[in-house]
Design a protein around this ligand. Structure first.
Ligand code: ZN
Length: 169
């Protein structure tokens, strides 16, 4: 199954879910909010969007190939409860990590794309998130592509301590 088909299925599944605007409390199905790209039509508040939703709304249909999805976080420091948090985040976001990287087209233009997901440990940056974004920039440099990135990150991932801070460089 191609990744866009997978996103299509996920989108369909979530379409009927009711969500509420945190500011004005307008409640409607997700599919209603898709019509205004997840901006509340009543008060203009931006609603939380997952990485896959964002890709399916922004990237041309059928034009996204994910890269580096084989990289997975490990509890390298033996940080208490990190393994549990990783598992919960995977379930909540439907992702293996806090960022999705790939190559695709936006408005017919080829580009490298990374999209963070705040449903995955607040989109925090551990060693794998840093590595995936670095590899994407290396690929984009080799292929002469612009990089379009959506950063929805809460910062460095404290469960990886200094390792996550080193990703900043
Ligand atoms: Zn609202």
């Amino acid at each position: 199954m191609g990744i866009m088909n997978l996103f299509g299925l996920l989108k369909k599944k979530a379409e009927n879910e009711e969500i509420t605007c945190k500011k004005c409390e307008r409640t409607a199905k997700r599919s209603e909010f898709y019509k205004t790209d997840m901006v509340c039509p009543d008060c203009g508040t931006y609603l939380r969007m997952g990485a896959k939703e964002r890709i399916s709304l922004v990237v041309d249909e059928g034009e996204f190939t994910e890269h580096f999805s084989d990289l997975k976080s490990e509890n390298i420091l033996g940080f208490p409860e990190y393994d549990d948090k990783l598992e919960k985040s995977k379930k909540a976001s439907g992702l293996e990590e806090g960022v999705v990287c790939g190559v695709g087209k936006i408005g017919g233009n080829d580009c490298a794309i990374f999209v963070m997901d705040s449903n995955f440990m607040m989109g925090s940056m551990g060693s794998v998130v840093g590595e995936k974004i670095t590899r994407l920039f290396e690929l984009a440099t080799e292929e002469g592509l612009p990089v379009v990135g959506f950063t929805t990150s809460g910062g460095a991932r404290m469960q990886e301590g200094i390792i996550s801070l080193m990703q900043m460089a």
